[in-house]
Design a protein around this ligand. Structure first.
Ligand SMILES: C[S@@+](CC[C@H](N)C(=O)[O-])C[C@H]1O[C@@H](n2cnc3c(N)ncnc32)[C@H](O)[C@@H]1O
Length: 254
């Protein structure tokens, strides 16, 4: 199918099936593949207007769904909507109130109104995906999932590594329902965790085990820190070098 025909196909399909946007099929396809949203999940959708993703999220979860956008969203039964800017600090409070607890899944399809000025549009897109990650860190339950649209550019890999600092598994994905000519990419994060350490922290640790690759392993409240070259029983002062996929790597610091 040509890109244009594909676009028209999903547009007509969305119209006839009652979805507000053909992007609804993107979320369906992504969810089929990654099972990010499950029955009973509390879902937060950032940049949610006109509401196609909200409709799909509500169908799948059947439970609490909250949508935020700068634009007003026509009501959807059982969905709470908030008119707010996802990059503003005080939006978090509104989101927390609406969720009435933590979220199982945060999804973000936000995109700036393109001005045509590449530098400005790029900066705004990055701002949106950074904001989504910030909100996700605040509201997700441990083990929760994250889906965010990202701008493909020179900062893409940096963003992916940032996501890796908080999710067991993080990868990029380009759904089939996206128009082929667009550079649209999504980042999928699965298994949220808040690491008890930060990159650059210096800690005194005791090596309590050896990992598969032979590195010493220390434990901080159930969180593993791998220390290459350290032996069991050794006490080492370690500087945290990286955090990803549910563990950290540190090297001796003196
Ligand atoms: C591609 S649309 C989302 C479509 C939606 N997923 C659906 O299925 O209906 C992107 C949305 O991001 C919103 N947006 C852009 N910047 C925003 C911001 N700073 N805060 C909240 N929403 C924002 C826009 O208003 C727009 O409605």
């Amino acid at each position: 199918m040509m890109a244009r025909e594909r676009k028209d196909y999903f547009y007509r399909k969305a119209k006839s099936e009652g979805y507000r946007a053909r992007s609804a099929y993107k979320l369906q396809q992504i969810n089929k593949r990654f099972r990010l949203i499950r029955r009973g999940d509390a879902v937060l959708d950032l940049g949610a207007a006109p509401g196609g993703w909200l409709q799909v999220a509500k169908e799948i979860s059947g439970d609490r769904v909250v949508g935020v956008d700068l634009l007003a969203i026509e009501p959807i039964e059982g969905v709470t909507t908030i008119k707010a800017d996802i990059t503003a600090a005080d939006t978090l409070e509104l989101v927390r109130d609406a969720l009435g607890g933590k979220a199982d899944v945060v999804i973000c399809d936000a995109a700036p109104n393109l001005s045509g000025n590449w530098t400005l549009d790029h900066a705004r897109s990055i701002d949106l995906s950074e904001s989504a990650l910030r909100v996700a860190r605040e509201v997700l339950k441990p083990g929760g999932n994250f889906l965010v649209k990202v701008f493909q550019g020179d900062t893409f890999l940096d963003y992916l590594s940032e996501v890796r600092e908080n999710f067991w598994r993080a990868q990029s994905h380009s759904p089939a329902a996206s128009r082929k000519e667009s550079a649209e990419m999504y980042v999928v994060g699965q298994g949220f965790f808040l690491p008890p350490v930060k990159v650059g922290d210096v800690l005194d640790l005791e090596i309590v085990g050896i990992g598969k690759s032979g590195d010493g392993v220390a434990d901080v409240g159930g969180f593993k820190i791998f220390v290459p070259g350290a032996a069991v029983g050794e006490k080492v002062r370690v500087r945290i070098r990286s955090i990803r996929s549910g563990h950290a790597v540190g090297t001796p610091a003196d």
